[in-house]
Design a protein around this ligand. Structure first.
Ligand SMILES: Nc1ncnc2c1ncn2[C@@H]1O[C@H](COP(=O)(O)OP(=O)(O)O)[C@@H](O)[C@H]1O
Ligand SMILES: O=C(O)[C@@H](O)C(=O)COP(=O)(O)O
Length: 424
C-alpha cells in the first residue's frame, strides 16, 4: 500500500475522530492501535492513523513512540505525516505537543511546522493565535478543569513556545484570507526568522482548506481534525482519494450484549451520563472506595451481569470538578487517574467475557486503557454518531466487535442512546 497521508495521533479517541474526518472527506482510512507488528496484513487504504496513548506520558517516551510510528508511515509511502493533537490542545508545559513536534519536524528535515487545532465543526477556532471553544477562550472553557491537563492559557503561540525548543510564530487570519500562496510565503518568512513552528489561525472549514493546499507539498504538520479535513480535501482535489470512502465499514451486525463505560469528567460527559439514567441502568463508581482498596470491579461486573440480558448498562466514574480535585488532593493526579483507568479497563475485560460485543467508551485516556486491555489492534470506520465520533468495527479479531470511543467533550446530551442505536 502506498499511503496518500500518514497520521500519528496522541490518543485513541482523537485517532478515531481524525479517521472519521478523513473518511468523510474521501480517503479510505484505517485506524491502527500502535505500530502494526511486522507482517500484519491491513486492508488497502489511502490513509492510516496510528493511534498512540502518548498525550499524558513522559515526553521522552511520547517522542520515541511517535518517531517509530512516523517511520512506519513513511516506509508505506506517506509523503506527508500529520501529528494529530487535541482540538483543545491538551498538554502541559512539559509537553507532549512541543517535544513530539520538534522531533518529527527534525526527522522530516522541515524548517518549520504549521500547527492548528481548529475544528470548526465542534466549535474550535483559532484567531490571532488564541484558541476558542465555542464562544469562549480556551482558559474560560470547561478545559480549565481537565483532570490531567488543565488548560489555563488560550494563547497557543505562548503555550507551544513553552514546550518547543524553537521559537513559535503566527500565520494570522489576514494571511489565511489571502490564500494558500500567501500562507506558504508567510511560513517561509517565519522559518527564515528562525521560527520552528507557526500557529495558524482558522475559523471556517474554508480556512482549513487553504491551509491544506498550502502545506500538502510539505512533509509534516500538526493539527486536529480540521487540519485533517484541509489535507484530505487537497489530496482528493489532486485525485488521491476514493469516491466511495464515506460510511464504509458498517458490515454485518455483530449482536451480543451492549454496554457503556465513562471515565471522562468533562461537562459534556457529565450531562450525557445524567441523560443516560433515563434510558438504562447506570452504576456510578466510587473512586474513593476504589483507591481505598474495595473491589469495585467485581461490584460493577455483578451489577452488569444481573442486567445485561435485559439491555445495555452504563458504568461511570465521571465526577464534577470539585470531586475530582478532592480525590486528586488526597491521592495525587496520576495515581487517581491511573487507578480509575485500570478499573474501567478491567471492567471492560469482564464485560467482554460476559458476552458484550458492542461497547461505548467516554474519555480519551479511558478509551486507551480499555482498548489496550482488550488487545484490539485496528479499526475500520463506520458511520458517524456525532461530530468526531464514528462507529468503529474491529479488524483482525475473530469475533468482531463494535466500539465507539468518545472524546470527553464531544457529542450531545443523548450521546449514549444514540450511539447504541447505531451499533447493531
Ligand atoms: N471521579 C474521578 N476523579 C478523578 N479522576 C477521575 C475520575 N473519573 C475519571 N478520572 C480520570 O480523569 C481522566 C479523564 O481523562 P480522559 O479519559 O482522557 O477523559 P477526557 O476525554 O474527558 O479527557 C482519566 O485519567 C480518568 O481516570
Ligand atoms: O481533537 C479532539 O478534540 C479529539 O479528537 C481529541 O483528541 C479528544 O481527546 P479526549 O477529550 O481526551 O478524548
Amino acid at each position: 500500500m502506498s499511503l496518500a497521508l500518514g497520521c500519528v495521533a496522541d490518543d485513541y479517541t482523537g485517532a478515531s475522530d481524525l479517521a472519521n474526518t478523513l473518511t468523510k472527506a474521501g480517503l479510505r482510512t484505517i485506524q491502527t492501535i500502535g505500530v502494526p507488528e511486522e507482517g500484519r496484513a491491513l486492508p488497502e487504504a489511502d490513509a492510516v492513523v496510528v493511534a498512540l496513548k502518548s498525550r499524558s506520558i513522559p515526553a521522552d517516551q511520547a517522542v520515541a513512540r511517535s518517531r517509530e510510528a512516523e517511520a512506519w508511515l513513511r516506509a508505506r509511502g506517506a509523503a506527508h505525516v500529520m501529528f494529530k493533537v487535541c482540538s483543545t490542545f491538551d498538554s502541559t508545559d512539559a509537553g507532549n505537543i512541543g517535544p513530539v513536534m520538534d522531533a518529527l519536524r527534525a526527522e522530516a528535515g522541515a524548517a518549520i511546522a504549521l500547527v492548528t487545532p481548529a475544528f470548526p465543526e465542534t466549535g474550535r477556532s483559532v484567531y490571532q493565535g488564541n484558541l476558542f471553544v465555542g464562544s469562549v477562550p480556551l482558559n474560560e472553557s470547561p478545559l480549565k478543569d481537565h483532570p490531567l491537563n488543565p488548560m489555563r492559557d488560550a494563547n497557543l503561540v505562548r503555550v507551544l513556545g513553552r514546550q518547543s525548543a524553537s521559537p513559535v510564530g503566527l500565520v494570522d487570519t489576514a494571511t489565511v484570507a489571502r490564500g494558500a500562496e500567501a500562507v506558504a510565503a508567510r511560513l517561509q518568512a517565519l522559518a527564515a526568522e528562525g521560527k520552528g513552528a507557526a500557529i495558524a489561525d482558522a475559523i471556517f472549514d474554508s480556512d482549513l482548506e487553504t491551509l491544506g493546499r498550502a502545506i500538502i507539498g510539505e512533509k509534516f504538520s500538526v493539527g486536529a481534525s480540521g487540519l485533517g479535513l484541509g489535507l484530505a480535501r487537497a489530496l482528493v482535489a489532486d485525485g488521491r482519494g476514493t469516491q466511495d470512502a464515506a460510511g464504509a465499514a458498517v458490515g454485518e451486525p455483530v449482536g451480543g450484549a451492549a454496554a457503556c463505560l465513562a471515565g471522562s469528567c468533562s461537562q459534556a460527559t457529565l450531562q450525557q451520563v445524567a441523560a443516560a439514567e433515563k434510558i438504562m441502568p447506570v452504576m456510578r463508581l466510587d473512586p474513593a472506595r476504589l483507591l481505598a482498596g474495595a473491589d469495585v470491579v467485581a461490584e460493577a461486573l455483578a451489577f452488569a451481569a444481573e442486567r445485561l440480558a435485559a439491555g445495555p448498562v452504563l458504568i461511570a466514574s465521571s465526577a464534577p470538578p470539585e470531586a475530582v480535585r478532592a480525590l486528586q488532593a488526597e491521592h495525587g493526579v496520576d495515581a487517581a487517574g491511573h487507578a480509575i483507568e485500570a478499573a474501567l479497563a478491567a471492567i471492560a475485560e469482564g464485560l467482554v467475557a460476559r458476552g458484550v460485543r458492542r461497547l461505548v467508551v467516554a474519555g480519551g485516556e479511558t478509551s486507551g486503557s480499555v482498548v489496550d486491555r482488550l488487545g484490539l489492534t485496528a479499526f475500520l470506520l463506520g458511520p458517524e454518531i456525532a461530530a468526531g465520533v464514528p462507529v468503529l468495527r474491529t479488524a483482525g479479531r475473530p469475533e468482531p466487535m463494535l466500539l465507539a470511543l468518545k472524546s470527553g467533550n464531544f457529542g450531545g446530551p443523548d450521546f449514549f442512546g444514540r450511539a447504541l442505536d447505531m451499533m447493531a
